[in-house]
Design a protein around this ligand. Sequence first.
Ligand code: ARG
Length: 260
Amino acid sequence: MCRPEHFAVTYAINPWMDPAAGADAGRAVAQWEALRAAYLALGHEVSLIDPVEGLPDMVFAANGALVVGGRVYGARFAFPERYAEGPAYARWLRDNGFTDVLEPQYTNEGEGDFLTLDDVILAGTGFRTDIAAHQEAQEFLGRPVVTLRLVDPRFYHLDTALFPLGGRDVAYYPGAFSPGSRAVLERLFPHAVIAGERDAAVLGLNAVCDGRNVVVNAEAAGLIGALAERGYTPVPVDLSELRKAGGGPKCCTLELRPAP
Ligand code: ARG
């Protein structure tokens, strides 16, 4: 995770961002501290990368890389405002024992568009990540990568529209996907939790599940109810300040999956 000390909304690269309205870094830090505390209370280990001045979106650690089996598929950001984050995250990972790092040839925004399940990696395209990066990641990681096409600009990263419920199932908002990708999701995950527009519109799908607990935006009431009904334990958090940049709990979280 990356403390949002330099958080701000100074440019607009997704429809959530309004530079005229701005954002409050102090409030963002307080909300982010509560998210970190929630992970620690659940027994998860949290490592921190130093925030860099001039990179207001660096709090969204999910975009910094994709780490699977101890191998790091580096990020290559779509917009110049965020270019410098790719090397910063790659450097941190190298310095912290992840030496097998691929510098990507193709544009990809890390775990924003790559979500890892037991047998497949789901990969988004349409707004940020180049479909050629899906191939590149598959080849480097040796895991099947399934392409999903995003069609609604509010849900510009895969992790704004879908999250893994452990290693074998997912929750998602169908309206974010092309008809073909919706059919793929129905075939792969016939028992998925289907979220409605209202939960999606508060970034409820930008959640983190450890197999049992689901850290999720508190405003996503319908989704929280559906998860509880399935036997998951929702852990509601308020990240409303970070949502002004288009991010939620998952965006703030890069998962470090160690070598087997
Ligand atoms: N303002 C950031 C951007 O548009 C938000 C990134 C959110 N991260 C995520 N994993 N969806 O790039």
